[in-house]
Design a protein. Sequence first.
Length: 211
Amino acid sequence: MQSGTSMSCPHVSAVIALLKSIHPDWSSAAIRSALMTTSTINNVVGRPITNATGNDANPFEYGAGHFRPSRAVDPGLIYDATYEDYLLYLCSQNISLDSSFNCPEEVPEASNLNYPSLAIANIKGSRTVRRVVTNVGKDNSTYILAMRSPPGYVVDIIPKTLRFSKLGEKLSFNITVRAQSVERRNEFAFGWYTWSDGVHVVQSHIAASSA
């Protein structure tokens, strides 16, 4: 009750039902993406969200932030995921829930799940992951990258421009996180990256730690 989940759960559930009624063809992953990437890290008075001690909170404390249903209806881009994507993720955790699916010899890392945020732990040197976004905004749209690397890390995203010609089109990009000058190892540092077409701002948080 003190954490606030008693009220956040019904609020989020109601907004999910609203989004599903507006976009009946969206998957649960697409709806989650719309909620996460359109959230804000400011509170209702426009100041940064704080934690229980009164200090600025981090993504492990506020998640994606304060969700905004009116923006989630039209997020611009979504990070979708299929049933097989989740099975591959479970393979990375040595979990098998579907006897008809065989894990590949080279199992993708858990951080490769097409999730709207990115967390990579125990980085030695650098790590690269892939993300795929689907255009749900408008035809002939161009999204430009902006980002802030976590302190002590260098983040490189290629390409830095995504050009969509039609609705429903999917484009991929690679994210490389490189440890540079980490003061405290085994502790997470935080950053972010966004895609924007001038109307939509699609934000994702980054969390990184070095071994």
